[in-house]
Design a protein around this ligand. Structure first.
Ligand SMILES: [Zn+2]
Length: 495
């Protein structure tokens, strides 16, 4: 398909003066949204868990032609939603070729374009922008200046062109004018200095702004969208009132409401399809990983105000798979099946994402991380085995049985020792795992049962991943001492 290349051609195309002059960015977003609503189907594909909450509010904001702000803790897909707005822009948008601020061919606002139009008339060149070109994003920090955001007077440009300093010819445009006729997103809006917020407000309200004391008229056409942490946003004076007033809709985001939704997001975002090995992530491993985030969000040792990002389960899942992948490579196994042991090995993907409160700091991130995993395992285990009688297995350990399940142990090796535990393998039917399943799958399932029993403190497990009898179980070094204290316990050779 060929598009008009000059203003003259443009006049007789679907991009006629009548249409382009009246259709501002917010009209365009609205029109394309209306079309999408009529067609049915998801408005923002890939945004999970917001269908009944956030998405309808965004739809209303766009239908209302509002500038809007998303309020939410970190890792709630705020930036992703804002970026998804480009799917509501036209596939192509004509502008005056070469213009830094993508001027409307029928009504340019910059002086160079106006002069060019006067000289060239209908021969003025036209170029096009794709939706991606029309999205400008800025993370607000306190050191962002008017020059960054709006523009600066460029004395060199003035000297070269022989212009007055205050001439529009000498302006070096900042990010906002460069987003003209597109979407401008500012993340963490409250971090923007008050003075800059005033500049932003003036542009939204009056279409003019002062740069170094010179008034510059810039009637921009921009859809402004913002994101912020609710704690920062409601703190007094963080967002200047007139600006707040001009933000039409304030929309709250949230973490996934259910473990299932969390799993759907993590499955979509985590890098799991890797070349080389076949991968099977058991459902209970997915649940354990997701529940770590759920538990952390409720844990009083963790700072509520900064939240626990959905990036925690995502990174955790990636590390869990990597640990299982490492094991598979070492033992030349063809199938990668993560185990609960791999979740404990994924601690580096967890601890860095937790902002600890004082009590948590005292205990240490590692300790807090382990406790979270343990709680997640206990809860997940209950989902499958709450009413299952596990006494036979517990007894086996109470009678002195021991088994080491290093996360690096090969599946065949591990299965041989797991089969020694009476009553264990037949319990796996609750996980839909049986003797016909792959060795890797059986080992992972059996280990999950043991980890579940350990999480409920029914059996013990030490740092070397040796499963033993209950809480007072001997540590490796103190084995003989503890055993003497518990003479009532039967003995079982463990090699
Ligand atoms: Zn221009």
């Amino acid at each position: 398909m060929s598009f008009p290349r000059t203003l003259g051609e443009l006049r007789h195309s679907p991009f006629s003066e009548e249409i382009l002059l009246t259709r501002r960015v917010k009209d365009e977003l609205r029109d394309n949204l209306v079309a999408k609503l009529r067609k049915g189907g998801p408005i923002f594909p890939g945004i999970v868990g917001y269908d009944d909450t956030v998405v309808p509010q965004i739809v209303n904001a766009i239908l209302s032609r509002h500038n809007f702000i998303l309020l939410g803790l970190r890792g709630q897909a705020k930036s992703r939603i804002l970026r998804a707005l480009t799917s509501l822009l036209d596939p192509q948008m004509p502008f005056i070729a070469g213009c830094e601020i993508h001027d409307n061919p029928y009504a340019p606002i910059c002086l160079p374009c106006r002069e060019r139009l006067e000289q060239c008339g209908d021969a003025t060149g036209i170029a096009y922008l794709t939706p991606g070109d029309r999205y400008v994003e800025k993370l607000a920090t306190p050191d962002v200046t008017i020059a960054d955001l709006i523009g600066d007077i460029d004395p060199i440009k003035a000297a070269r062109g022989g212009h007055e300093l205050s001439s529009e010819m000498t302006v070096h445009y900042g990010l906002l004018p460069r987003a003209n006729r597109g979407i401008f997103a500012i993340n963490e809006l409250p971090d923007l200095a008050g003075k800059i917020q005033v500049g932003l407000f003036n542009i939204m309200q009056e279409g003019d702004v002062q740069i170094k004391g010179y008034p510059i008229r810039l009637p921009l056409d921009v859809a402004l969208v913002f994101s912020a942490n609710p704690e920062d946003y409601t703190a007094r004076g963080k967002i200047i009132t007139p600006l707040k007033d001009r933000i039409g809709s304030e929309i709250r985001t949230h973490y996934p409401a259910s473990v299932e939704e969390g799993i759907a997001i993590t499955t979509q975002e985590a890098w799991t399809q890797r070349n080389g090995h076949r991968l099977h992530v058991p459902k209970y491993v997915q649940e354990v990983i997701e529940r770590i985030a759920f538990s952390a969000r409720e844990d009083k040792k963790i700072d509520k105000r900064s939240g626990v990002s959905q990036r925690l389960p995502i990174s955790c899942m990636e590390n869990v798979i990597s640990n299982a992948e490492r094991r598979a490579i070492r033992h030349d196994e063809k199938l990668v099946v993560p185990r609960v042991g791999d979740v404990y090995a994924a601690m580096p993907a967890i601890t860095g994402k937790l902002e600890l409160e004082y009590e948590g700091e005292m205990k240490g991130a590692d300790h807090v991380g382990r406790e979270l995993i343990r709680a997640a395992v206990a809860k997940t285990y209950d989902g499958y085995f709450k009413s299952t009688d596990m006494n036979q297995i517990v007894q086996w350990f109470d009678l002195g049985g021991e088994i080491q399940l290093a996360d690096s142990a090969s599946a065949c090796e591990a299965l041989t020792s797991l089969r020694n535990i009476q009553g264990l393998m037949e319990k796996l039917v609750k996980l839909n795992v049986g003797p016909k399943d792959t060795v890797e799958t059986q080992v992972s399932a059996a280990e999950f049962v043991l980890e579940g029993l350990h999480a409920h403190k029914r059996i013990g497990r030490n740092e070397e991943r040796v499963f033993t009898a209950g809480e007072k179980a001997p540590k490796v070094a103190e084995k003989s001492f503890d055993r003497d204290e518990m003479p009532f316990r039967g003995r079982r050779p463990y090699n």
